[in-house]
Design a protein around this ligand. Structure first.
Ligand SMILES: [Zn+2]
Length: 297
């Protein structure tokens, strides 16, 4: 099934990057992506070089393109079981790195499409991390960027549509507008307290403190800095300037090891505008500046 009335570009019948059918599986989830490009018409061409595809793409103006029929398996999640059971929706950005912003028109159209899919496949309520997922849930990727923090907004608006509220653009909403996520802490909370941090950052200083080698990085730390609360144990990190990954010379670039790059925020401090994460390495909670951490995520 496909949403009717949508433009289908490029005659995807000859488009090679999807699998016919779903191998007996049914659709039970939606995976949200951003394109990391501003032009959705360029996406199928990019896919041809990458063995990738998605069912839908939404432009900056909220126009929806259907690329792969819903009955077929698109190659978007980086996880085969997920591909077989999901519909992938791509979203155009309005600018590129580092922000990869998403237009509000795109979010609105996404909610409309999500509502339609949820209704047709009998999802019931649309719930982030139950039937509406960010791409990063299934593979190591920064995708879908900002949209991770907008999953709840998309779900709320989709549910409002399906519960009889109809499609009401935010600008003209007359009844109880949904609160818009504003602070970094609210954005993390709106995203189910999840974080993904693939980026690198500068090791300003590495010291043995409290019996643990730790890194201080102004790019992430909450201020005022204290080694006990804000130092990052080197065992969580890789030194990107050292092939062995272990030197941690001051001024070098470091990144979290893959197994620590994603997880759940354990505590928030509104007063300090900080997020606290226990990496379960035995060293308790590390506090990061919420805005710095969000901007690195
Ligand atoms: Zn993606």
């Amino acid at each position: 099934m496909t949403v009717s009335g949508l433009a289908t570009p490029f005659g995807f019948q000859s488009f090679p990057n999807f699998t016919q059918g779903r191998q007996g599986n049914s659709v039970n989830k939606i995976v949200i992506h951003h394109m990391a490009t501003t032009d959705y018409d360029s996406v199928p061409g990019i896919w041809n070089n990458r063995q990738a595809s998605a069912h839908y793409g939404i432009g900056q103006d909220g126009q929806i393109r259907a690329y792969v029929d819903e009955e077929n398996t698109a190659w978007h999640a980086g996880d085969w079981g997920t591909n077989l059971t999901s519909i992938g929706i791509e979203h155009a950005n309005v600018n590129l790195a580092p922000n990869y912003d998403i237009a509000q028109d795109t979010v609105e159209a996404s909610a409309k499409l999500v509502a339609d899919i949820a209704k047709r496949y009998g999802f019931g309520q649309v719930v982030p991390y139950k039937n509406l997922f960010p791409h990063s849930q299934f593979t190591s990727t920064a995708c879908p960027g900002q949209l991770t923090g907008k999953l709840q907004e998309i779900a709320d608006r989709a549910n409002a549509i399906n519960n009889g509220g109809g499609y009401v653009p935010t600008q003209t909403a007359t009844s109880a507008p949904q609160p818009v996520a504003q602070t970094a802490i609210q954005k993390f909370q709106a995203g189910g307290n999840r974080f993904v941090l693939h980026g690198s950052f500068i090791n300003d200083n590495c010291q043995l403190q409290y019996g643990i080698y730790q890194v201080r990085s102004q790019e992430l730390t909450a201020e005022p800095f204290a080694w006990r609360d804000n130092g990052i144990p080197t065992k969580l990190l890789e030194d990107l300037d050292d092939p062995q990954g272990r030197s941690f010379n001051d001024g070098g670039r470091v990144a979290f090891k893959k197994e620590y790059q994603r997880g759940t925020i354990d505590k928030y401090s509104e007063n300090a505008n900080a997020v606290g994460i226990d990496f379960l390495d035995g060293n308790g909670i590390i506090w990061f500046d919420a805005d710095k951490f969000w901007n690195h995520a």
